[in-house]
Design a protein around this ligand. Structure first.
Ligand code: HEC
Ligand code: HEC
Length: 264
């Protein structure tokens, strides 16, 4: 077991070294070309070619070692690097994506370039993202997805096909449904506050900083306190949903999409 792990690591690092050899080669070529790039998108393009294209393909269209990033739900749902940044910084070493030591500016450039590529690809072939969603769904098995939903996937702990997810397939285009499932948006956190006198309040977290906490209770009333006057807990309803995602296999995700797509 330990041997296998070490073997995996050295395999990974040989890949990384290979990447950087190629990267520095590209870098040397780009120096020779003497084409100073000032526009951040162009800088990002150069950076991408040097550090990422080896695995993700030129133009981020996918390569032998890394997935297509233009069709990634994560890239599509990124805001200013909030999702892409951590993947670059921390990598996903167990899955073949090394942590890449870039500066904040370099990361911002690469992120800018990826967003530009995405917009460019939507513009030149607007049907793509949707088609891709459909293609993914077609590879899954709805029956297996249903079993997964109610069983191993534990989705039924929080969702119901006749309740909150009823008609979900009509609500979103396939690519959106996929993205919503992988990265749900705008989910409010729940706060419970206990005052010194022992009164309890519970509601949607309305505001929080170093000094203040505020919530809106069920009746719509806004309450705020100084943080050192109360005890409080904040609950993120999405934490469990997100935690589960790391445990799914790709085929499970395809099956569960196929199943969600039957909820019309
Ligand atoms: C050594 C190969 C390699 C290099 C170099 C590499 N990646 Fe990756 N990357 C991968 C692999 C493999 C995955 C898929 C990991 C997984 O399955 O979770 C991935 C995943 C990603 C993802 C997540 C996609 C998704 O939909 O979940 C992003 C974003 C990403 N890479 C961006 C980059 C950027 C930007 C660079 C350059 C700064 C880069 N990668 C360099 C191999 C690489
Ligand atoms: C521990 C609770 C929990 C579990 C388990 C869970 N989710 Fe979620 N899920 C949530 C919460 C909370 C949200 C965000 C609120 C919302 O949009 O309904 C969410 C959002 C979603 C959405 C987006 C709904 C929309 O209208 O945008 C989909 C689709 C979804 N989950 C599917 C699944 C599937 C499929 C599974 C199982 C593989 C699963 N969830 C497991 C809590 C959970």
């Amino acid at each position: 077991m330990i041997f296998l792990r070490m073997h995996g690591l050295s395999f990974l690092s040989s890949r990384v070294i290979r990447t950087y050899k190629i990267a520095s080669f590209c870098w040397a070529v780009s120096l020779l070309a003497q084409n100073p790039k000032t526009d951040p998108v162009e800088r990002g393009e150069t950076q991408f070619a040097q550090t990422c294209a080896f695995c993700h393909g030129s133009g981020a269209n996918g390569g032998a070692e890394g997935p297509n990033l233009i069709r990634s739900a994560l890239v599509r749902h990124d805001n200013n690097g909030d999702l892409i940044g951590p993947v670059i910084r921390d990598g996903r070493p167990a899955k073949g994506m090394p942590a890449i030591p870039l500066s904040d500016t370099q990361i911002a450039d690469v992120v800018g370039y990826l967003h530009w590529r995405l917009a460019e690809s939507d513009r030149t072939s607007p049907g793509n993202p949707r088609d891709y969603g459909l293609k993914l769904l077609l590879t899954g098995n709805a029956q297996a997805g249903k079993a997964f939903f109610n069983g191993r996937g534990q989705c039924s702990r929080c969702h119901s096909p006749s309740g909150d997810l009823a008609g979900i397939a009509n609500k979103y285009a396939p690519a959106d449904l996929q993205a919503r499932f992988l990265y749900p948006e705008n989910v409010l956190k729940i706060a419970t506050v206990t005052t010194r006198s022992g009164r309890h309040f519970k509601g949607m977290l309305a505001y929080q900083d170093q000094f203040t906490i505020a919530l809106r209770d069920e009746d719509g009333w806004y309450h705020s306190w100084s943080v050192d006057e109360v005890r409080f807990e904040i609950h993120n309803p999405l934490a469990a949903h997100l935690d589960l995602l790391h445990r799914y296999r790709n085929s499970d995700i395809h099956d569960v999409f196929a199943y969600l797509e039957t909820l019309k």
